[in-house]
Structure formats: structure tokens, C-alpha cells
Design a protein around this ligand. Structure first.
Ligand SMILES: Nc1nc2c(c(=O)[nH]1)N[C@H]1C(S)=C(S)[C@@H](COP(=O)(O)OP(=O)(O)OC[C@H]3O[C@@H](n4cnc5c(=O)[nH]c(N)nc54)[C@H](O)[C@@H]3O)O[C@H]1N2
Ligand SMILES: Nc1nc2c(c(=O)[nH]1)N[C@H]1C(S)=C(S)[C@@H](COP(=O)(O)OP(=O)(O)OC[C@H]3O[C@@H](n4cnc5c(=O)[nH]c(N)nc54)[C@H](O)[C@@H]3O)O[C@H]1N2
Ligand code: SF4
Ligand SMILES: [Mo]
Length: 702
């Protein structure tokens, strides 16, 4: 018997008699619905929920391997209080009661001394964050409860809000005949599995795939055409394509004149600014001929989709890239039709508890993003947070709550982020592991993983969808879900009357009040899905004008051009630092979440930097050997991959791994390198986004 068949036999024996629990995966932000098989208190098998349209039974490798988190000896098991200097790793175990008391007292003290806005809450994976928002925003009164998107796809999000009044479009690849992906590595940094699968299926049916990316990514490898554009030049490329479509009358005239604002102004803008393919050629590195051909092809192929994710927004000039790229969808009248970006409807999911209006605090100060001068930012410009903490600008921030996020590792300019933590009066980290950020905090609270807790949330599928996460196994140590952590803190603050549930089902019933499924049925099925409705523009858009805003009044009001413009980015390579640093994700890991997982580390145990053969020859770099990557700020030692598929002069670090990460996680420790130490702070002037790629470097053999 081969090892494989023996393994299969063992697996089948384990599954036999297992209880199947409908849940969802939260290893990456796409939350695929799952079936978790549990026997003897252990996860013995898992797969995607076969009835769910999100993944039709599938899970990716990261999801399959994620059960390790339920038994990882490196998980934090108890609430901890720092006893030594910040960053020293000296902590003592305390009881939950003590942790709740310390936090509640500190919150009261800070509000009295500095006002509630001096407390900021931030998260990435945001399990049950709504409870924290209810306590800190609604009852305590800080306007500063934020997520993480300025570290993520902030520019795209801002573009979508301004043009469509929608925050997060899905991608209807299945119905598309022509897909143009801009800085979006669908097969490397996968989004919902149903999207990757739909794109593959569309390709099999003849859909053309064009990838705009300086790097020959996993997606570029599967594309019909790879357009290796220069970093930070998307806005120029997209505007030049718009010009071709407009000048050659290839646009959908009825759509743009009846369902959009400002088409004539945009046409004039393109001409006035001289945005032609010839103008764009030297900026983008793409020939005018190719630009013209692609624009014509795109306009002729219906349904077609231009979509972006993070790539274009990594630069200080990325703020208009989203609007320029989405203009291709607008001009061709594709928006929200089958085969285009889909402005999904949200499910009628309510809050899990109801805070009476009269109990709600009225914030006295504007939220930080407004006070910092980024009224269009959908989220906290977190690279500017150190100024608030260290200089009191725009107003003092004294305490930080971080949940499921590790800013010391993930934000640019690590040194500055650590300085910020050292300057804080109080920091609480809610984590699975003793992360670098936890090490800088005063109190560290162990949260349960998605295998150990409940959550009811919006699903990331085309139609309106509710998905359910249910506790499948015992909690690790004394870990608690956020709804119990917040209940405990609220109790000590005299606000316990608002958080009266005894079990999660109590608030679950309330949240589901307006959703046409009972909690019992949801537990059986794992999700509720409504109808997919297309064609939102014709029904009226959720924008101030009720139309698609080609002319953005919001941009004009904030002092920016109402139409997208191309400006130069900030940090260009020079003689001393001749290479442009860029980033992309690893297909076998999610950000810095999975590096303590031995199964995934066996497949990809460290990250690397990709460098062009031409540059490798110039700087004496050999494939698979270690190199020193050095910026004006700092240096890292990382393994090199010498490739042909990257624009010469550009290097791409695969993000994940690095330095003392998982300071207390044995598997991840000291594997790979982390590039955020190389970056200075650069913030998108419109969106407040982190500009990870505004960084020049040089390279030498280690
Ligand atoms: N396997 C896996 N999946 C993931 C994640 C993960 O870590 N691993 N992370 C999840 C998260 S949080 C997110 S935000 C998404 C991210 O999803 P993506 O945005 O698709 O992922 P990235 O790898 O960051 O892709 C950015 C791409 O932009 C390219 N790029 C760099 N500069 C430019 C430029 O100037 N113009 C253009 N057009 N492209 C440029 C990079 O080479 C890279 O290929 O993925 C999610 N899914
Ligand atoms: N150099 C570089 N930096 C980047 C990027 C890049 O491509 N290159 N990508 C950026 C992007 S797109 C993003 S979204 C950010 C993400 O960066 P972060 O906001 O830091 O988020 P993650 O990396 O997803 O995870 C952070 C922490 O969440 C913890 N965690 C996981 N699950 C849970 C849970 O259920 N509960 C709790 N309490 N904690 C949990 C993990 O242990 C981990 O320490 O990084 C950004 N930083
Ligand atoms: S795509 Fe993300 S949510 Fe889905 S199975 Fe993979 S890791 Fe889990
Ligand atoms: Mo992200």
C-alpha cells in the first residue's frame, strides 16, 4: 500500500462517525463556507460547503491546513499583562476578571483626561468586531473604530464609493468574455474561491484574460496577454485607453449620457490634459499601438470587465487609478451587467444587540481620517497614526485596541510603528498568538479562532448572503470570543445591561431578525443566499446624484480634480538605489497569518524576492541564493529568485514571513524576511493609503 492510500484509509476511518458542523473559514478575508468534521473533540476533516455558491465544496490549501490552529501549542492561552519593558516579551498571566478591570478603569481614566476620541480600535480579519464598535463607538463615544483598509485596497474602495456609492464590488467572471486585471493576482492571492474558479471556467469558454502587472504572476502565467507596465503608471494607461474609446466613439453613448454624470466634462478633460496613447507610452512602458489595440478590443467585447485590486494603489499617485480603471467599465456601459464588476446587494442582517438611541454617546470630535484631512478616506490612514500618538496631531491618541491585526509587522516603516507603540499610554492586543504587536502592548487577550466561536456575517458572494460560523471544537486555554470579551469589559464599566446574552444564539436570533431564515435552519445549512440582481445603474445608484459619478462632486468638494488625473509618484530609483521595490502575496500563505502552520511551511517555508535576469547579471545575483536588499532606511537578507518575468529595474518581494515573527511561535520564527523595515512613511494624499511600493532599493549577494 502506498503512503497515500494508507493516509486515505486513515482519514476515512477518522471521518466515520464524525459530526459535521456547517461553518466558514477565516484564514483569509474571503470567508468560504465550510463543513467541519469533528470526532473526539478534534477536527478530523473539512471541506467547502457543497451547497454554497461561494466555493461549491472547495477549499484552498491554506483553508485545508488551517485546522492546525486548534491545536497549535504556540497559541496564547491566558490573558497576559506586560511586566517588563515594551517589546521585551516579559508578561504575567492574569485572570479575565483582572484584565477586564484594568481595561475598564483605563478607558474611564482616558475619557476623563483626554476625551473618548483618544481611544482607537483597529482590526484586519474582523471577527465579531461589531461588538467592540458598539461598546467603544456607540456607548463610550470614540469616533475612531476602524478596520485596516488603508493597509489594503483603500484606493479601489475609495474609487468605488465615489463613482458607484458601493464599497466592495464582487467580480462576475463567469459571464465575462474579456477580463482585464490590473494589479490583481487572482490565482496567486486568491479571493473567494468561486471567483478564481469562475475565471478559469470563463477562460475555458473563450474569455480573454489580460493582466496588467509589472510581475509575471500566477495569473499572468494563465493569461492570454501579460502587459508588464511600469510601477505606478496604471492611471496613465487607463486614461489613454479611455481616450481611444472616447475619440473613436466606441463608448456606450446612451449609458454614459443617461445613467452617469459628467461624460462631456470627462471627454474635455482627456483632451485638455493630452492623455493620448503616445503620451502614455513612455510613462507606462507599453507601446501606443498596444494601448490602442487593447482599448478597441475591450470596447468591442461585451460583456467585458476591467477590475483592480491592490497593485495600482501601492503608490502615492494610486488615488486616481481606481477611478481611471473603472472608467473603462463605465464608458463601455458594462457596469453591474452580467460579466462585469458586480455591485452586490447586502443581506438584511441586523446588529446583534440593539443599543437604544438615548444611550448612544455623541462624539465631540470628528473621526481621525477627517481631522487628518482625508475626508474621502474610507478608513483610518494608519501610517499617520504615529503623529497622533507621538505629536498629538491632529489630536492626541492615548490608547490603541488592536484585534486580528499586527501593525508592527504589516504597516510600512516598522521603526516608526514601534516608536508609536512605545509612546502609547495603553495598548490592548486581541490575538491568537504573541505577535510583534502583542509584545508592544500592555494587555494581551487570547481570542478564540473561527473553529471555536460563533459569528454571523455578510458573505462575500455575488448575491446577498449571510454566513454562519459555529463553534466546532473546545476553546484553546482560556481564549474567549470577542462577544464575551466585550461583555466582560462592558460589565466592569457599568454598561453590562446592553450585553445581556448568555449564549451566542441569544444575539444570533436578534441579528437574523430580518433575514428570511431561522437560526436553526442556518445552523443546518450554514448560509442563506438571496437573489443575484444585475443592472443597478438603471435603477438608480446609491450616490448623491443617483447616477454613476464620472464627475465626482465628492472629489471636487474635497479639493481634488473631479476627474481622474495622472501625477508622478514620489520615490523613484536613482544611481545609489537603482531598483524599485514592489510586493505581491504568496499563494500558500495568507499575509502573516499562516506562518506558524507546519503544513504550509513545509510547502513554502520562506519568502523571497524576484529579480530580473538583466538586473541579476548586473548586480552579481544568483538564483536561489541569499541577497541583501537595502533601502535608505534599513536592509534585509532574503532569498532571491532570478526570473525573466518582471520589468527590469523592479524587484518584487513576496509578502509574509520575516524577522522575529511569532516571537513565541516556533515554526515561523526566523524564517524568511520582512520588507516593511525598508520603507519610509508615504501616504496617498487623497485616500490616506499606505504606499508600500514608494521605496527604492539596491541589492548585493549576502
Ligand atoms: N494566497 C493568498 N491570498 C490572499 C492573500 C494572501 O496573502 N495570500 N491576501 C489577501 C488580501 S489581505 C488581499 S488585500 C488580497 C490581495 O490581492 P491582490 O491585490 O491581487 O494581491 P497582491 O499580491 O498584493 O497583488 C498585487 C499585484 O500588483 C502588482 N503590482 C505592483 N505594482 C503595480 C503597479 O504599479 N500596477 C499594477 N497594475 N500592478 C502592480 C504586484 O506585482 C502584484 O502582482 O489577497 C487576499 N488573498
Ligand atoms: N510589505 C507588505 N506589507 C503588507 C502587504 C504586502 O503585500 N506587503 N499587504 C498589506 C495588506 S493587503 C494587508 S490586508 C495587511 C494585513 O495585515 P494585518 O492587518 O496585520 O493582518 P493579517 O496579516 O491578516 O493578520 C494579523 C494578525 O491576525 C491574527 N489573527 C488571525 N486570525 C485571528 C483571529 O481569529 N482573531 C484574532 N484576534 N487574531 C487573529 C494573526 O495571528 C496575525 O498576527 O498587510 C499589509 N502589509
Ligand atoms: S480562500 Fe480563504 S477563506 Fe477560502 S478556504 Fe482559502 S483561506 Fe479559507
Ligand atoms: Mo489586504
Amino acid at each position: 500500500m502506498t503512503t497515500q492510500t494508507k493516509d486515505l484509509g486513515r482519514k476515512l476511518a477518522q471521518i466515520k462517525g464524525a459530526k459535521v458542523i456547517k461553518s466558514f473559514c477565516y484564514t483569509c478575508p474571503w470567508q468560504c463556507p465550510t463543513e467541519v468534521f469533528v470526532r473526539g473533540g478534534k477536527v478530523v476533516y473539512q471541506k467547502g460547503n457543497p451547497e454554497s455558491p461561494n466555493n461549491i465544496g472547495a477549499r484552498c490549501a491554506k483553508g485545508m491546513a488551517s485546522y492546525h490552529v486548534t491545536t497549535d501549542p504556540d497559541r496564547i492561552k491566558y490573558p497576559m499583562r506586560r511586566t517588563g519593558p515594551k517589546g521585551s516579551g516579559q508578561f504575567e498571566r492574569i485572570s479575565w476578571d483582572e484584565a477586564f478591570t484594568v481595561i475598564a478603569n483605563k478607558l474611564v481614566e482616558i475619557k476623563e483626561k483626554h476625551g473618548p476620541e483618544a481611544v482607537v480600535y483597529t482590526c484586519h480579519h474582523d471577527p465579531n468586531t461589531v461588538f467592540a464598535h458598539m461598546l467603544l463607538r456607540d456607548l463610550y463615544g470614540t469616533p475612531n473604530c476602524y478596520a485596516h483598509t488603508s493597509g489594503c485596497e483603500q484606493d479601489r474602495r475609495m474609487a468605488c464609493l465615489a463613482m458607484f456609492g458601493h464599497v466592495f464590488p464582487m467580480h462576475d467572471f463567469a459571464n465575462s468574455r474579456y477580463v482585464m486585471l490590473w494589479g490583481m493576482n487572482m490565482f496567486g492571492a486568491n479571493q473567494g474561491l468561486w471567483e478564481s474558479r469562475a475565471l478559469m471556467e470563463a477562460k475555458q469558454k473563450g474569455c480573454k484574460l489580460v493582466v496588467m502587472d509589472p510581475t509575471f504572476t500566477e495569473t499572468a502565467a494563465k493569461a492570454d496577454e501579460w502587459i508588464p507596465l511600469n510601477p505606478g503608471s496604471d492611471t496613465a494607461l487607463a486614461l489613454a485607453m479611455c481616450r481611444v474609446i472616447v475619440d473613436e466613439n466606441l463608448y456606450d453613448s446612451e449609458f454614459v449620457t443617461t445613467l452617469c454624470t459628467g461624460f462631456d466634462g470627462f471627454r474635455g478633460h482627456l483632451r485638455e490634459k493630452g492623455y493620448t496613447p503616445e503620451w502614455a507610452e513612455p510613462i507606462t512602458g507599453v507601446t501606443a499601438e498596444t494601448i490602442t489595440r487593447l482599448a478597441r478590443e475591450f470596447a468591442a467585447a461585451k460583456p467585458a470587465m476591467a477590475a483592480l485590486f491592490k497593485g495600482p494603489g501601492y503608490y502615492t499617485n494610486g488615488g486616481d487609478a481606481g477611478r481611471a480603471i473603472y472608467m473603462l467599465d463605465v464608458l463601455t456601459g458594462n457596469v453591474d451587467n452580467p460579466g462585469n464588476i458586480h455591485l452586490k446587494d447586502w443581506a438584511p442582517l441586523g446588529p446583534p444587540i440593539e443599543i437604544p438611541e438615548e444611550a448612544k454617546a455623541k462624539p465631540g470630535k470628528p473621526p481621525l481620517h477627517q481631522a487628518m484631512g482625508y475626508p474621502l478616506a474610507p478608513d483610518l490612514p494608519n501610517a499617520r497614526l504615529p503623529e497622533a500618538v507621538l505629536d498629538g496631531n491632529p489630536y492626541p491618541v492615548k490608547a490603541l485596541f488592536v484585534q486580528s491585526t499586527n501593525p508592527v509587522m504589516s504597516d510600512p516603516n516598522t521603526k516608526r510603528v514601534i516608536e508609536m507603540f512605545r509612546g502609547l499610554e495603553f495598548a490592548v492586543t486581541i490575538e491568537l498568538y504573541m505577535s510583534e504587536t502583542a509584545l508592544e502592548s500592555d494587555i494581551v487577550l487570547p481570542e478564540t479562532s473561527f473553529y471555536e466561536q460563533a459569528e454571523i456575517r455578510q458573505g462575500m458572494w455575488l448575491g446577498p448572503q449571510v454566513i454562519l460560523c459555529q463553534p466546532a471544537v473546545e476553546r484553546v486555554g482560556e481564549a474567549k470570543p470577542l462577544y464575551e470579551i466585550i461583555q466582560g469589559i462592558a460589565g466592569k464599566m457599568g454598561l453590562g445591561e446592553h450585553f445581556v446574552y448568555e449564549k451566542w444564539e441569544d444575539w444570533g436570533e436578534i441579528a437574523l431578525k430580518d433575514v428570511p431564515i431561522s437560526l436553526d435552519d442556518l445552523k443546518e445549512k450554514g448560509f442563506w443566499a438571496g437573489e443575484v440582481v444585475y443592472g443597478r445603474p438603471a435603477k438608480g445608484m446609491p450616490t448623491p446624484s443617483g447616477k454613476i459619478e464620472i464627475h465626482s462632486q465628492a472629489f471636487a468638494d474635497a479639493g481634488f480634480d473631479p476627474y481622474p488625473v495622472f501625477v508622478e509618484r514620489t520615490v523613484k530609483p536613482d544611481d545609489e538605489y537603482p531598483l524599485q521595490l514592489t510586493h505581491s502575496k504568496l499563494s500558500m500563505h495568507c499575509n502573516i497569518v499562516t506562518q506558524n502552520n507546519p503544513l504550509l511551511m513545509e510547502i513554502v517555508g520562506e519568502n523571497w524576492v524576484e529579480i530580473n535576469t538583466v538586473d541579476a547579471a548586473r548586480f552579481g545575483i544568483r538564483d536561489d541564493e541569499y541577497v541583501v536588499l537595502e533601502s535608505p532606511q534599513d536592509n534585509i537578507t532574503i532569498r532571491a529568485k532570478v526570473v525573466e518575468g518582471i520589468v527590469p529595474g523592479v524587484v518584487s518581494v513576496r509578502h509574509g514571513h520575516g524577522f522575529g515573527h511569532w516571537a513565541m511561535g516556533e515554526v515561523a520564527k526566523d524564517k524568511g524576511a520582512h520588507s516593511n523595515v525598508l520603507m519610509e512613511t508615504h501616504v496617498g494624499p487623497i485616500s490616506g493609503a499606505n504606499c508600500y511600493n514608494e521605496c527604492k532599493v539596491r541589492v548585493r549577494p549576502a
